[in-house]
Design a protein around this ligand. Structure first.
Ligand code: BGC
Length: 726
């Protein structure tokens, strides 16, 4: 049935709401047999729909987060079975996603900066063939909700004693409807429900509950107190070195749930914003805490799980668990850097680093397709790509690696899902960015707004976050790869006049002129410099030399990694593709800081922003920038899928239409298995080391071309299970 949201009017609070949630409602009757009825709704902010006091649908944090000045999604729900003779539709609305948008750009004379707005239509079809539409319009009422404060950073306050003021009629506001679009990606839903596992009386006497898992989502609590009693719950991710509650790393975000009791026992679940947390500090319980009263509900974009890894090594399994939870906590419509502190932003650099691993773990096609729409909308007229999408900053200059997300992500999605649509939708954006690089050239390579090899540990000054590799060198390397991606995409799409190979070669030459000595050796002496030389194909004939230098630098660092956001995703591949598989495994299995497994010794249940967010002695790396739920370093998962288990797709026949299974085994691991559900079915690769022999079990679906390379020997594979012992 057709919906009439485009004929509805925007409703906004008639007086300043001061962050209080607003309830917009209308009573209506249906006096005939209803064949079908739908509710279509959207908001500038976050909305929750209820019909006759019951929640409509299972979507949360609707209408989802987009670059709001260009598109706002709407949802359509089937409400046929919920209708009675007399009905009340209520839409509760908070500033939500709008508060995280660029207010300056959204400003409109009819809508105050911090205010939310809602739009909806109910469409009914009766048995006699007639129809009826109930849109938001002058006939609706508005009142204030008992959720007296809602903010994406500060949390939620529910006052059960609050008596809503007399409802008032509202005049709709003038606001465009043209940017309303149907939901593009999987909506956000409530997923895993986690019970509190432990009550802690901390050394300084505070009441804390522990969920045993860091996550992003809602809090559900049963409250019992006298009328007016105030309960407060503050979020934390780790305890400090003395075992006390710690939340300084949330910076300005208060991340607090406040509940004011009306004297009745009640269960309350937050719903208008999400929290990032593992621990809750409780105020108002006076020591009487029953952990059964506390639940955490993970909330994220409801993508299909497609990838799985399991090994005989409990640490690797925990690392994989942390990667999955890093993704769950940061894939809420937008790939965010972290879900807890005053950011929760779609940092482009982080997303491109993790995109490949994420797309093995889950089917991210619609998720990223939606975000790339936001990115196209936010691309500057010059071709520059902002650092965060949706862009809520006024920075006009791009940043290497971060801005390159506009090419890396569409290309990566094309390789994994084999769908050219993602390239054609984004090609012009990719080309504008390539042209920007070529046009600005030196200016861009030397630009100051660069994050470098963000958070690498190869500089003596621990406060220096941009690492020890020349930013100009890195920008040039990454640009070479970007220009080649755009050229390959143009070839796939058969688009003329988009061959950037010559420009890529020109930049390669520049790199050699500036960063190689007279004997043609790379002068940048960092792990990341050598990793990028290989990954960006700066001088492929010299890959062995770069890999050998890389191995030397890794040994020098005590067989430990020292790369940051830019070098980390490719370091293991740079080693294993060039004869250093054993060393790649040594890095993967390394437990001493800096390493992927070090955080496990500190009880990590998600990926950390810093290699040493919590130091050996339990002190913090820093107060100001120390997230314990940052997925970027989880990129290592893609090496496990594509190298350890060896599931490799083919660039010429992408989307797993053609695969090579080339596992790289290591005697320190007894058993490793990875699988991915492709469009053709399950592809799985497993190996087991026993009594000096390795047994491989490979499962291949019907309808694809598949072969294996096992200990250097080629084998053909048939559909179904294939077993080999070497
Ligand atoms: C974010 C990062 C991001 C960075 C830019 C940080 O505050 O959390 O993950 O990429 O800024 O350098």
């Amino acid at each position: 049935m057709e919906n009439h949201i485009m004929d509805a009017r925007w409703l906004a609070p008639s007086e300043p709401s001061n962050k209080s949630c607003i309830e917009f409602y209308k009573d209506f009757e249906v006096d005939d047999e209803v064949v079908c009825a739908t509710l279509t709704a959207s908001a500038l902010g976050v909305y929750k729909a209820e019909l006759n006091g019951k929640k409509v649908g299972d979507i949360v944090l609707a209408p989802g987060r987009t670059s709001m000045r260009y598109s706002v999604m709407y949802q359509t729900y089937d409400i046929t079975d919920m209708l009675k003779e007399k009905n009340r539709i209520t839409l509760t609305v908070a500033g939500g996603w709008k508060s995280l948008s660029n207010h300056d750009i959204l400003s409109n004379p009819s809508l105050a900066k911090d205010e939310c707005a809602v739009i909806a239509s109910i469409d009914i079809e009766y048995e006699d063939g007639t129809t009826e539409c109930i849109p938001t319009d002058c006939s609706w009422f508005m009142t204030k909700s008992k959720i007296v404060m809602s903010d994406p950073y500060d949390g939620e306050t529910y006052d059960a004693t609050f008596v809503s003021p007399e409802p008032v009629h509202i005049e709709p506001i003038m606001y465009p409807r043209c940017f309303l679009i149907p939901q593009v990606n999987e909506p956000t839903r409530e997923k895993e429900v986690i019970k509190a596992v432990k009550y802690i009386k901390t050394p300084c006497g505070e009441d804390v509950v522990d969920f045993g898992q860091n996550l992003a989502g809602f809090i559900e609590v049963t409250f019992e107190g006298e009328k007016g009693h105030v309960f407060e719950l503050e979020c934390g991710e780790v305890l400090d070195k003395d075992g006390n509650f710690y939340n300084k790393n949330y910076r300005k975000a208060k991340a607090k749930l406040t509940y004011i009791s009306d004297g009745k026992k009640a269960k309350y679940k937050t719903s208008m914003s999400f929290f990032g947390f593992r621990y809750l500090r409780l105020t108002g319980w006076n020591g009487k805490v029953n952990i059964k009263d506390f639940k955490a509900i993970a909330v994220y974009s409801d993508m299909e799980r497609t990838g799985f890894i399991e090994t005989s090594d409990p640490d690797l399994n925990q690392l994989y668990h942390n990667i999955i939870w890093g993704q769950r906590s940061n894939f809420i419509d937008v790939p965010t850097d972290c879900p807890q502190r005053d950011e929760k932003l779609g940092w482009t650099g982080d997303a491109q680093v993790f995109c490949k691993c994420a797309s093995f773990n889950y089917n991210t096609y619609n998720f990223f397709r939606k975000w790339l729409m936001d990115m196209r909308n936010d691309q500057r007229p010059t071709g520059a790509i902002p650092h965060v999408i949706p862009n809520n900053t006024n920075w006009s200059s791009p940043a290497s690696s971060w801005s390159d997300a506009c090419c890396i992500i569409p290309w990566q999605l094309y390789l994994i899902y084999g769908n050219k649509q993602i390239l054609s939708e984004n090609f012009q954006m990719m080309k504008y960015w390539a042209e920007y690089i070529v046009r600005r050239d030196d200016d861009y390579f030397s630009s100051s707004k660069e994050y470098g090899d963000w958070l690498s540990t190869d500089v003596p000054d621990t406060a220096e976050t941009r690492g020890g590799t020349s930013r100009r060198y890195m920008a040039m390397c990454v640009s070479v790869r970007t220009l080649e991606i755009v050229t390959k995409a143009a070839e796939v799409l058969k688009i003329r006049n988009a061959d950037f190979r010559k420009e890529a070669d020109r930049i390669r030459k520049k790199i050699v002129d500036e960063f190689f000595d007279k004997n043609y050796h790379l002068t940048e002496e960092t792990q990341t410099a050598n990793v990028l030389a290989i990954e960006c194909r700066i001088w492929p004939e010299k890959n062995n030399e770069f890999a050998s230098k890389l191995a030397e630098l890794v040994h020098k660092n005590g067989d430990r990694i020292s790369t940051g956001f830019v070098g980390t995703p490719y370091i293991l591949g740079a080693l294993s593709d060039n004869g250093y598989t054993e060393l790649a495994y040594t890095l993967l299995l390394q437990k001493k800081y800096p390493s992927w497994l070090y955080p496990l010794s500190k009880g990590a249940t998600t990926m950390w922003e810093h290699w040493d967010g919590l130091k050996e002695d339990g002190s913090m790396w820093s107060e100001s920038m120390n997230s314990f739920n940052h997925y970027a370093y989880g990129a290592v998962g893609d090496w496990i899928y594509t190298n350890a288990a060896g599931i490799k797709y083919d660039e010429d026949e992408p989307g797993f239409k053609k695969v090579t299974i080339a596992p790289l085994t290591d005697t320190r691991i007894e058993h490793l298995k990875a699988s991915v559900i492709s469009e053709y079915g399950l592809i799985s690769s497993e190996w087991e080391n026993k009594n000096g022999k390795t047994t491989y079990t490979i499962v291949i679906p019907d309808g694809i071309k598949a072969s294996a390379i096992l200990s250097g020997k080629h084998h053909s594979l048939k559909a179904g299970e294939n077993t080999f012992t070497v």
